[in-house]
Design a binder for this molecule. Sequence first.
Ligand SMILES: C=C(O[C@H]1C=CC=C(C(=O)O)[C@@H]1O)C(=O)O
Length: 376
Amino acid sequence: MGEALRLEFSGPTRMSDAALLWREVAAAADVVDEVRMPGSGLVAFGTFAFADSSEKSSVLIVPRTIIGRRDGQSWMTEITVSDTDALSDAAPTASAPRSTPFGPEYRLSLTPGAESADGFKAHVAEAVDHIVAGDVDKVVLARDLHGHLPAGADLRRVLADLALGYPNCWTYSVDGLIGSSPETLVTVSHGSVTARVLAGTASRGIDAASDTRAATDLVSSTKDQEEHRFAVQSVLESLRTHTAQVVTSEMPFALKLPNLWHLATDVEGTLTDAATSLDLIDAMHPTAAVAGAPTAKATALIDELEPFDRGRFAGPVGWVGADGDGEWAIALRSAQVEPNGDVTAYAGCGIVADSDPAKELAETTMKFRPILDAFG
Ligand SMILES: C=C(O[C@H]1C=CC=C(C(=O)O)[C@@H]1O)C(=O)O
């Protein structure tokens, strides 16, 4: 709740700049932390733009008040900035913030934005041509939906729906970016590094038998395995300079979400240097799960084919503590809510040589479901 400190970044060095500045902020802070749990004490919440050239800012926000809960224990952290006049009214409050009832119910419909359904299929077909021609191995293409929030709409309604509907995902809300992501970019905790890589998707079955078949087919699909392999390789490569003893599950497993199945691989390693979670997101973003492979060629093709700025969609979203530990998800199944009420939602899919434009379009529809249901 509130903002004690807001740090903004942009351009290709947005994450390394954030890592540097956060070290300075943390070193200058006086922290009294009796709880000593991940997320207690000084914490910043962040969301970073996907592209180096994005118009959208990347931010680290230190709230004035944080209510934390972990393993059955709850705490409250109050944060003030002592040497800034503008924040001199940020004196700690003696009592916990009061809860307020949700605002009135509302519904929001989202309609195609800069990329129509037909436009998306045409771009997927173009991407397949590039892959077959050997220009790139995999590229992740997205489309966008737009809407406008009614005045005074209480976003907590949408967040509550997401959190309750997608309990095994990360529900997030940072500077207007909201969503429920199933994919961890990286978690850093006391020298250990973990990540969950997702790529490869199938719809849920309509009954138990067809659902099991959908999962089995996904695990044995060569198209999805290929899509997944690129994503795991990109994570392992980017972790290499900072970690040792990196282990992964031997075979990708099928991860069940309420709206779909994903191919998933868990990765675990040990930090070999003083890298913080911000240094790691800088090293890892963008993985092949959201950009493609090889990275530079895939991001160039995204720039060429997608008719919009992704903003913070598919960028890192999460938190960092004073010691640099933190948890960062990839901002998938997301929507950006602007202060004027404009809403843009995004969903994309990995395109490989065997991709079929109509199936990829259907996959984006499945991936929009968490956001559409929460607003609808
Ligand atoms: C790009 C998205 O999903 C990525 C993560 C999991 C599975 C994916 C896929 O199967 O294409 C994508 O790589 C998205 O949800 O917008």
